[in-house]
Design a protein around this ligand. Structure first.
Ligand code: SF4
Length: 202
């Protein structure tokens, strides 16, 4: 099993999460979209990574331009071609990532993960180091969806972070609409795991 680029980063489990069973020291070194990776959508759109949302991350369509020209002349494919550890390389960071001690190595973690929560890159709520730091302070971070995804390919909703005491009561049951179905995403007040009615089970 190989973990994805969006699990991390640093802290006591970096080696376990990223080594893929190999030996030696391993640590995360930033999003590689457009440098070590490329994505192509079914209609020919070229992005820095297959997962990225289409609108803000498409350089051009391979039907209209050569790959070399797309790589050289279209934004935002060069977004990760920055001098490592420079101020330019972290100019896009904000929120917790903007204050992080690892920010010049990490550059905010996985671009896709940040963007599909907040609508822009540079702040990654699924960072392991961040979760441990919150835990050390007696806190936890919970994501609340404020806008649903429109339903287009590679789209996403918008979420907000709630920072709260880690022993705060569990949130009320909330639901994600999924067409005719709904998916329970939380349990109420620390009780038994909530079982959705059979008629709404995806
Ligand atoms: S808080 Fe942000 S910059 Fe720091 S390690 Fe986590 S993802 Fe990287």
């Amino acid at each position: 099993m190989a973990s994805g680029n969006n699990i991390g980063y640093y802290g006591p489990y970096d080696q376990l999460l990223l080594s893929r069973g190999g030996e030696g020291s391993v640590y995360y070194s930033g999003c590689e979209a457009g440098t070590q990776a490329l994505g192509i959508e079914a209609d020919g759109k070229i992005k820095g990574c297959p997962s990225l949302p289409s609108g803000p991350y498409t350089g051009a369509n391979i039907r209209d331009m050569s790959l070399a020209d797309i790589m050289a002349h279209t934004e935002p494919l060069p977004m990760n071609k920055v001098l490592r550890y420079s101020e330019e390389s972290i100019a896009h960071l904000w929120g917790f990532c903007g204050t992080c001690e690892f920010k010049k190595m990490c550059r905010g973690g996985c671009t896709w993960t940040a963007h599909v929560f907040y609508g822009k890159r540079g702040n990654n709520p699924y960072c392991h180091h961040r979760a441990l730091e919150h835990d050390r302070q007696g806190l936890r971070e919970r994501m609340i969806r404020t806008d649903a995804a429109p339903g287009a390919p590679f789209d996403h909703g918008i979420f907000e972070s709630v920072i709260e005491a880690k022993d705060a009561p569990s949130p009320a049951v909330s639901w994600l609409d999924r067409g005719d179905h709904a998916l329970a995403i939380a349990v109420r007040d620390g009780g038994a795991p909530y079982a959705p009615p059979a008629s709404t089970t995806p």
